[in-house]
Ligand binder design. Structure first.
Ligand SMILES: [Ca+2]
Length: 181
């Protein structure tokens, strides 16, 4: 912006214009329910979790509860997923959360897109998985963000917290929010 334009921006009309541009670029929050685990696992699906995930006080980053995943198996993994939200092919989605590792690194947060028939569009075979994998260094609470572009044919998106079948890990998560950018 030139000095001339900056000066003209002192006028109320110009400022209103800036606010408008800013609003047009705003992220669109998706209605992820209970991303802070204050209502236990309400709104999350723990099907196939093998009893590894729980909302507990010791895992709280904010509020009173957070999600602790305790995976002490080399042959089973955990699974908690949000509801599925409408997704538009080509658009970028971002999940934000806080996490820390107690021990291990065999765990990640995924953004998974589905087609209209409920089929997975992100697979190891397609090499297009959106995964933010924890590292053993992440022992302090850290704000994380994982972004993913909805592939062709996308109809829905979900956030999935999954510890791997191979490997053991204990990790905490809290404060999930999901946005369409
Ligand atoms: Ca919390």
């Amino acid at each position: 912006m030139s000095v001339m334009n900056l000066k003209s921006c002192l006028l109320p009309g110009c400022l209103a214009g800036l606010v408008f541009v800013s609003a047009a670029r705003a992220e669109k929050p998706l209605a992820l329910v209970n991303g802070d685990f204050e209502q236990q696992l309400t709104g999350w699906s723990a099907t196939g979790d093998n009893g590894m995930s729980a909302a507990v006080a010791v895992a709280a980053h904010s509020g009173k509860l957070g999600l602790r995943v305790t995976d002490a198996s080399d042959t089973l993994g955990s699974s908690v997923a949000t509801a599925k939200f409408p997704a538009v092919a080509g658009k970028t989605y971002a999940v934000r959360f806080a996490s820390r590792v107690i021990t291990g690194n065999a765990i990640g947060v995924y953004l998974r897109f589905y087609d209209a028939k409920g089929g997975y569009l992100n697979t190891p075979e397609k090499k297009n998985q959106n995964i933010l994998r924890m590292t053993t260094k992440d022992t302090a609470w850290k704000d994380q963000v994982l972004k993913g572009v909805a592939p062709e044919g996308s109809g829905q998106v979900e956030v999935w917290v999954h510890s791997f079948t191979k490997g053991q890990v204990t990790a905490d998560f809290d404060g999930f929010t999901l946005f369409e950018l």
